[in-house]
Design a protein around this ligand. Structure first.
Ligand SMILES: Nc1nc2c(ncn2[C@@H]2O[C@H](COP(=O)(O)OP(=O)(O)OP(=O)(O)O)[C@@H](O)[C@H]2O)c(=O)[nH]1
Ligand SMILES: [Mg+2]
Length: 471
């Protein structure tokens, strides 16, 4: 009696051990990071990708979907209990409901687990049962990657750099004026520190709004539940030789270091280092519309964002990663439905050129990279319209501002991306070849056939590059 209970217990123990071992061995997990600067299209991308993996009728370029190797796909509770869940159902309801609208801006990291049951492939496929793959999709702001550069900088260095670039930036005069009234060596005074941080944050937000991308510290723009805490209550101060122990300068320095240790490092440790595949979304068309300075700023920001994928550069990250690396990185220009497909090759060439430097670096670090233009949710239809005796390749959709339908021509993108990137690098203030328009379209009302996900452009190709080899 006793014996059998013991034996049973032992057996059960073995069984549960066996379960966890087998789930680890035979149910691999792939972590897909989705990032991009604010409004790049991360939320819409994830929502549409998941919807199109659940209903695969529009995923012909994803080989495993086309050949029927994906048996089923379903959402599961995610493995990380402390990370907010990506609000897939809410976002999908916004995009595909009776009154379609774009989902609200998201301000923090979130995660979703999609599990796929797969038919085995290869010679022995007849002998094996179905496989399972867990796809953990992580949405995080690209701005947080820009903070990596802070880890290598002392407070004095960071302050000097920020103060040097401030005069050329919007809403900086007030902050600089405030600095002239502040004694950095005087004893720390909390209301003063708060006033400085508030003005500095106001400046960062204005710079961000004016199209500048390198607006670190990234969490000042997306504070989430850290709003008002000391790690976000600092700003740059002019360098001091020997600031007193309780001076404002010393306290700001302490908070800057706390920001690095308590905000930046945990993000890289808990999220970034676990990513296997990465997609970096870029709203290149908006930058082109804003002008050469925005394009140049975007190019530089992409370089900085991507330096996180060349960890050799950064001692902290190298020691965290211990040889692990992101295996594939996709650079995707989003919102390609703003362009007629005749202009998609030009858009792809631009995104390729825009990220070339960054891609070369990533390749150097061993990751496979690709670039393409996609639309996560197609909101327009194509149309040729006569204009001055020629045909203009337009797109038609419901304008977000007026709710009316209109055809739209954004301007001709050059065949050679250098025609945009070179003047941008050389500091041009406007495009010589004419202007580029940007429009905001509302998502179209959809009536989906059973088995079809929301309409997209090249989302299936993106999925094939990112996860196809694992399916
Ligand atoms: N036409 C079109 N517009 C898109 C598409 N994807 C995104 N957009 C537009 O871009 C905006 C931003 O998209 P989001 O997916 O919310 O971008 P995000 O990167 O998650 O933005 P934050 O959460 O604010 O950082 C949307 O509100 C839409 O206006 C697309 O595929 N087609
Ligand atoms: Mg978002």
């Amino acid at each position: 009696m006793v014996l059998s209970t013991m034996a049973e217990g032992a057996f059960r123990g073995l069984d549960s051990l066996g379960n966890s071992v087998s789930s680890r061995l035979f149910e691999p997990t792939l972590r897909l990071g989705v990032t991009g600067l604010a409004r790049a299209g991360k939320t819409v991308f994830i929502t549409s990708l998941v919807a199109n993996l659940l209903n695969r009728g529009r995923m012909l370029q994803l080989e495993a979907a086309r050949t029927g190797r994906i048996d089923s796909a379903y959402l599961q509770p995610q493995p990380d209990d402390t990370v907010p869940r990506f609000a897939y159902e809410d976002h999908l309801a916004a995009l595909t409901g009776p009154e379609p609208h774009w989902p609200a801006s998201t301000r923090a990291v979130s995660e979703l687990r999609l599990s796929l049951t797969l038919r085995p492939r290869g010679l022995l496929s007849g002998l094996q049962g179905p496989r399972r793959l867990h796809l953990d999709i992580v949405d995080y702001p690209g701005e947080w990657l820009l903070d990596l550069a802070l880890l290598d900088k002392s407070y004095a260095q960071w302050s000097a750099e920020v103060l040097a670039r401030l005069p050329a930036r919007p809403v900086a005069a007030e902050f600089l004026q405030m600095l002239t009234t502040v004694e950095a060596t005087a004893p720390h005074d909390e209301p003063q520190a708060q006033a400085l941080a508030a003005e500095f944050t106001r400046h960062l937000n204005a710079a961000r709004g004016a199209g500048f991308y390198d607006c670190s510290p990234g969490r000042f723009l997306l504070p989430g539940d850290l709003a008002g805490s000391p790690v976000l209550t600092f700003g740059p101060l002019p360098v001091e030789e020997a600031p007193a122990r309780r001076s404002l300068w010393r306290e700001m320095q302490r908070r800057y270091e706390a920001y690095k240790a308590k905000v930046v490092q945990p993000f890289f440790r808990d999220h970034f280092t676990r990513i296997d595949r990465q997609v970096v979304l870029v709203d290149a068309l908006s930058a082109i519309h804003s002008g050469p300075q925005a394009v140049e700023d975007l190019r530089q920001a992409m370089g900085d964002v991507l330096s996180a994928f060349r960890p050799g550069h950064n001692g902290f990250l190298t020691s965290l990663l211990r040889g692990k690396r992101v295996e594939k990185i996709l650079f995707a220009a989003t919102k390609a439905d703003h362009l007629h497909h005749l202009q998609h090759p030009q858009m792809s060439a631009i995104i390729e050129a825009l990220t070339r430097e960054a891609r070369d670096r990533a390749q150097f670090a061993g990751a496979e990279t690709a670039a393409l233009a996609l639309a996560s949710l197609r909101a327009t239809t194509e149309e040729m319209r006569p204009h001055d005796g020629a045909e203009l390749a337009c797109v038609r959709g419901w304008l977000l501002q007026t709710g009316r339908q209109a055809a739209f021509y954004p301007g001709a993108l050059p065949d050679d991306p250098a025609q945009l990137l070179a003047p941008a690098r050389q500091g041009a203030t406007r495009w010589l070849g004419g202007d580029y328009q940007a429009m905001q379209f509302a998502p179209a009302k959809l009536s989906l056939r059973p088995g079809d996900g929301p309409p997209h452009i090249r989302l299936d190709r993106a999925a094939e590059f990112l996860i196809g080899d694992q399916l």
